[in-house]
Ligand binder design. Sequence first.
Ligand SMILES: [Ca+2]
Ligand SMILES: [Ca+2]
Ligand SMILES: [Ca+2]
Ligand SMILES: [Ca+2]
Length: 445
Amino acid sequence: MGSRSHSDGGLARSCLVTATLAVASCLEPNPGYLGPTTSTTEASSSTVVPPVEATGSDAGSGQPTLDGGSTSGPGVGSSESSTGPETTEDSVVCGGPLEPCHVGPGVIALGLDQPEPVTLADLDADDHLDIIVGITNGSSVAVLLGDGTGSFANPLVSAAGQGPLAVATAHLDGDANLDVITGNRDGDDVTVMRGLGTGLLTPPISYPVGDRVQALALADLDGDGHQDLAVAARDDHDVVILLGNANAEFSTGASYPSLWRPEAVALGPIDAGPSLDLVVANRDSDDITVRLGNGAAGFGLPMTLSAGHGPSDVALGDLDEDGWLDLVVANADSDDVTVRFADGNGWFTAGWSIPVGDRPHAVLVVDLDVDGALDIIVANRDSEEVVVLLGDGVGGFGPLVAFDAQTKVSRLAAGDLNEDGVPDLVVTLPDADAIALILSAPSSG
Ligand SMILES: [Ca+2]
Ligand SMILES: [Ca+2]
Ligand SMILES: [Ca+2]
Ligand SMILES: [Ca+2]
């Protein structure tokens, strides 16, 4: 493993072009490319690992960012240029590391106050992905039905809980329609809205959870065939399990104290056991709590991993393709992402700390350029951009590519909205009362 070589195939020159400004800034191949981990700190379970550093001499030069200007594009420093919801900013990133091309962000105005959480699913069962957005300064969700070309109908608005900060979809009852769940900051609850198959939803049913529900994750935790929830109540400093039944109803299961202010939660198989495990990002204690699952909706003792400052989101994916899910953390206060590699025993070795921009707020892991290797996508709230770190499949990442949104960004979702086989991105724009699409486009080559 130590001899894994750098991949140079994805490091060709690329340009970030902002069409409306007719300015191009090119990303050079990164000489300080971060290769795979060469020295790691193996830690036994239930101990605390020191803060992640880019290891050894890579620390200074090994950041996969280039200079700040070229990664932010020509919009940098133009915070006073208010982007109205109707404005479409066309940036094209193609011809280089990001093959095929992606174009955007293209803005869709919602006219609904502060859209933040977003997910993608086919709510009307026409085989085209739809966009589901929580309206955080309010108590609703908006559904935009897709036609498979990357175009969307006007939003259909249904009632949800108060101040939704998390949204997910699942089949919760016996019918063919997908249902919607929101985690609600101001309602301190989770609400379930059954799908009607049209994009509209039934009135919300509330399940109280705790103070300031911030995040949720969905999976069948006890193997009964019904979806369960792990819900972070940030200001109660715990994660509550809600157990689902066949009728879209939930009962309260165990509650797991976390450290300070759990702000994001993920479920996935971390170790070799058959059960799903729980990963929680703790915003105010700068760490990650990992609990291994017992297959019966219960979780074991907490193991604590350090992260950067202010971890705000977490994602799981096998970045080095060794069969174990690795961990990616967005750190809002240290402006970086932490990447740590799973060892298969329920623990994570040291990895990378990669600067990504100002106030990373959301992260997801997806193979955006369909080269078979997972990539990291980050929404940087204060630098108003979506940035992409292309993975090489052995744990390294190429240069950072940015899509300038010119307004604050919040949460991300990925899916093939225009049905060309290449994932597309949706990011919410809470200050603009809008969402933006970054769509795959035919390669100019
Ligand atoms: Ca649909
Ligand atoms: Ca792995
Ligand atoms: Ca990829
Ligand atoms: Ca696509």
